[in-house]
Design a protein around this ligand. Structure first.
Ligand code: FAD
Length: 390
């Protein structure tokens, strides 16, 4: 039988691939990570907003090398401009330089013994129950397990998981702007009638610079220009990038011929925000741990399935919440925001809310009666408006 070159080959040096590698290497596996770009983290296409609690779960320490800003809350704007402020009055999230964040993770993985090779594009993953392999233009590398962490592309996944074709990707334009004139301690989310699929955001890097994003299935460029004109007339664009974010449910990509998938390619993304670093990272850590346990001790399948099912359940409930939010008529945002202030939802969320576990937060709102209070108040507001009562 063919000898394996490595215990694990990971395709893609994004957060999901690197955290899988860090975990498996840290537990004693020989790990090779192949990255098609010449440098880890480039090109950068991310707002880099991560919860501090999420980074703790990933066991990624905060470092000056990648932290650009620390935020304590969010401001939501309705289509008519009414705002709802969520101020936790303590640091809840960081804004990162994503290139430096990925480089930091690569350093963590290599310190644990993983080998990270850049400038090596994988052209095919060949599944096998005995010894899967990974093909580049020059090499065929055999491994006991292969992890597909290629991100959005899905170029390799569609051969391994026939019919891989997730719906739920939305085009997004993100720009680095200067002179945003907003308080750097918050992030800003704008709901607009013409942004039916998602929202626009400003994630400040400091008092002057920020990352401004607009996602829309159709007319993304036009929507971006319109948003900029409406909300950030005085800002100057320094650079722009086009990409996509995933807003669908997690995919059921089960192990195929000792090949596993983690991160964006498997839909390990918060559908409400398109943020995939924390959930992709959690799945990656579980996957790296499982691979090491399986290869070195022959155990761990049941635990892996249980923990992945728990994460998938969270992602599914976040996806259901997104579907629900997408059905809210734009006009109702005013009523909901007013009602949210009236019932002090901001204070409630600052104590009980969780930036990553939106599904659990909604469940807690339902259990505590906060959801009912909010709904009653919003209906009351809508009725008052409809009847012209001030
Ligand atoms: C504009 C924008 C803003 C975002 N903002 C946030 C945010 O604020 N917070 C958040 O959590 N998430 C955010 N996201 C989402 C986040 O970027 C992704 O969820 C995350 O990068 C997924 O990580 P990953 O490792 O699965 O994939 P990626 O980060 O895409 O990494 C995949 C890697 O695989 C490499 N690769 C691909 N194909 C091959 C191949 N054939 N051979 C070798 N290498 C290959 C790629 O070059 C890449 O380096 C944002 C996304 C966008 C587009």
């Amino acid at each position: 039988m063919q000898n394996s070159d490595y215990d694990v080959v990971v395709v893609g040096a994004g957060p999901a691939g690197l955290l899988t590698a860090r975990e498996a290497a840290g537990m004693g596996c020989s790990v090779l990570v192949l990255e098609e770009h010449e440098e880890v983290g480039r090109p950068e296409k991310c707002a880099g907003l991560f919860s501090i609690s999420g980074l703790k779960m990933l066991n990624v320490p905060l470092s000056h090398s990648y932290v650009q800003n620390v935020v304590r809350g969010a401001v939501f704007f309705s289509p008519s401009g009414r705002s709802f402020v969520l101020d936790a009055k303590r640091p809840v999230a960081i804004v990162s330089n994503r290139e430096m964040f990925d480089k930091f993770l690569a350093q963590q993985a290599t310190l644990k013994g993983a080998e990270v090779v850049t400038g090596e594009a994988v052209v095919r993953i060949i599944p096998s129950d005995e010894m899967p392999s990974v093909k580049t233009s020059n090499n065929l590398t055999f491994a006991k397990m292969v992890v597909d962490a290629e991100g959005r592309s899905g170029f390799l996944a569609r051969y391994v998981w026939k019919g891989w074709k997730p719906k739920g990707w939305i085009p997004i334009i993100q720009a680095v702007v200067e002179n945003h004139q907003m308080d750097k301690d918050f992030v800003y989310l704008y709901f607009k009638e013409y942004l039916k699929d998602f929202f626009a955001y400003l994630v400040p890097i400091d008092d002057n610079l920020g990352k401004l994003g607009v996602a829309a299935r159709k007319d993304t460029k036009r929507s971006f220009s319109r948003f900029l004109q409406e909300e950030f007339k005085h800002a100057r664009i320094l650079s722009t990038t086009s990409a996509s974010i995933y807003t669908g449910p997690p995919l059921e990509l089960h192990q195929n011929g000792k090949v596993l998938a983690v991160g964006d390619v498997a839909g390990h993304v918060k559908a409400t925000t398109g943020g995939g670093v924390i959930y992709g990272g959690l799945c990656a850590i579980e996957t790296g741990r499982y691979i090491a346990n399986f290869l070195l001790k022959g155990t761990g399948i049941r635990e892996y399935q249980e923990s992945m099912n728990k994460i998938r359940a969270q992602l599914k409930s976040i996806y259901r919440l997104r579907v629900l939010i997408s059905q809210i008529p734009p006009k109702s945002y005013d009523h909901i925001f007013k009602a949210a202030s009236d019932v002090h939802l901001d204070k409630w969320l600052s104590i009980k809310g969780d930036m990553d576990r939106h599904g659990d937060t909604v469940k807690a709102m339902l259990k505590s009666g906060m959801a009912l209070k909010l709904l009653t108040r919003a209906i009351f507001q809508a009725l008052k408006d409809a009847l012209g009562i001030p």
